[in-house]
Design a protein around this ligand. Structure first.
Ligand code: HEM
Length: 443
């Protein structure tokens, strides 16, 4: 057994944690950052949550510990194995999210170019059209939740800009299939952990829907691979279909379908939620709202980037990420045994007063003219598993936010902020980020 630093690890020991029986720790674990804060106050920056047959989780809120985890050898800590427990059946065996070690590195290298900034910049005009058209249909003079509207925009961006679907009939079919699937309630998620449920109603309906979506995605992959225009297409699918690994081989059809499922699952709901939080925060901070509106209308998009960075700090969409210890890991004085989950606690770090003075304040000024510090700004995780879609997500957020602020007058409110509520693996505003649009400016 070796540690992440290559030192020998002897016997197991655990950071402190609740002594409650494991069935009582489950609902607290599922409550996410609310209980993580309580535990962090009680036990410090490293604490253990014991879930009996579901494993032991060590949460980490110290940036040094987190850096150690993110930069550990990928043969010592596995992210894919940690993700596969919930997502393996939905995403398929070659999805980037569920792979580890050599296979993960190989696929990630093949996929990287499709989501790096130059490729993302080519998608901006399509994003602008999608966002502009959608915001133009928003209701005026009545309060409505922004989250479903943002979901519709981010789905459209994935379908049109990322997968490159243009035909209205095929777009309509994919939209219907995928919106139904993205709306599954929490109890439906049980089937990912207990696959035998899938044979029974009501869980079976999810798989029926998934089969339809899968058929449509496979059809898009076949069309892309056979497209005489493939070389010129800017969409992510086209770049993936053109990618070759070191020995010159392309991804197979099954692999491409798995990666499309991954982009949809990883990129649609997350970006929509982050955008909904951005509006939820803006309408509660009149000065920031005014400054952001002025910036959008004068084309000063740097301020919008600061708004996006601050929203992702104070309302991270994913509260924590996980790694499974494969061969033993040394964490300070602790020797962590194989099978344990190590969870960098993003939400706790983002709320640390050491890293962010007055952390409860929504203050984009923190990021004006300054890039976020990667050791304490972690909305996209880190290390060799850092979100591959981070550039796409932040660019899309800037484009959509600019479209909203240019085309609408958002109304400021003195109402209390919405609470983060867990939905699948994301933290959503509990009322869907309700906003009021006053009057369209015609911009
Ligand atoms: C605001 C929006 C988003 C947030 C907050 C977010 C967050 C995350 C996080 C926390 C991880 C795990 C990182 C880790 O384990 O260290 C992740 C992984 C990933 N994300 Fe995102 N994500 C977002 C948008 C997107 C988009 C738009 C795409 C692509 C369309 C995407 C594709 C991926 C992929 C492929 C991975 C797996 C990377 C790997 O395992 O190597 N994400 N994301």
């Amino acid at each position: 057994m070796t540690s992440g630093l290559g030192r020998p690890v002897t016997s197991a020991s655990w950071p402190p944690g609740s002594r409650l029986p494991w069935p009582l720790q489950i609902p607290l674990f599922l409550a996410g950052p609310r209980w993580q804060s309580v535990w962090a106050r009680r036990y410090g920056d490293r604490f253990t949550v014991r879930l009996g047959p579901f494993g032991n989780y060590i949460y980490l809120a110290d940036p040094g510990d987190i850096r150690g985890v993110f930069h550990s050898d990928d043969t010592v800590l596995h992210a894919g194995q940690a993700n596969a427990a919930m997502l393996g059946a939905v995403l398929g065996p070659s999805s980037l999210l569920v792979l580890d070690e050599h296979e993960h590195r190989r696929r990630r290298k093949m996929m990287a170019a499709s989501l790096q900034r130059p490729a993302v910049e080519r998608l901006v005009p399509r994003m602008e059209e999608i966002a502009g058209a959608a915001v133009g249909r928003w209701p005026e003079g009545r309060t409505f939740p922004a989250l479903p509207r943002m979901r519709a925009i981010t789905l459209e961006v994935i379908l049109q800009a990322a997968i490159g679907v243009t035909d209205p009939a095929r777009l309509g079919a994919l939209r219907r299939a995928l919106l139904v699937l993205s709306d599954i309630p929490l109890w439906q998620m049980a089937q990912f952990a207990v696959p035998s449920l899938r044979a029974h109603r009501p869980w079976r309906s999810f798989w029926d829907g998934w089969t339809v979506a899968d058929r449509l995605l496979r059809d898009e992959v076949r069309r892309a691979v056979g497209d005489p225009d493939l070389e010129r297409r800017p969409d992510v699918l086209a770049v993936l279909a053109r990618a070759r690994d070191e020995d010159g081989s392309a991804m197979t059809e099954d692999e491409l379908v798995d990666q499309l499922r991954t982009l949809l699952l990883a990129g649609h709901e997350t970006t929509a939620t982050a955008l909904a939080w951005t509006l939820e925060r803006l309408v509660r901070h009149r000065d920031v709202l005014e400054r952001a509106t002025g910036a959008a209308r004068s084309g000063n998009l740097d301020y919008l980037d600061a708004v996006v960075a601050e929203t992702l700090r104070c309302r991270p969409v994913i509260a924590d990420v996980a790694r499974v210890v494969v061969s033993g890991y040394r964490l300070g004085d602790h020797t962590v045994p194989p099978g344990t989950f190590l969870n960098p606690a993003i939400a706790l770090v983002h709320r640390s007063a050491d890293a962010y003075p007055r952390p409860d304040r929504f203050d984009p000024q923190r990021f004006v003219g300054r890039r976020p510090d990667p050791s304490v700004w972690l909305p996209f995780g880190g290390g060799s598993r850092r979100c591959l879609g981070a550039s796409l997500a932040t660019t899309e957020m800037r484009v959509v936010l600019a479209a909203v602020l240019r085309r609408t007058d958002l109304v400021w409110t003195s109402q209390r902020g919405e609470r983060p509520r867990i939905r699948h693996v994301t933290l959503v505003p509990h009322r869907g980020a309700r906003i009021l649009v006053n009057a369209r400016t015609g911009r």
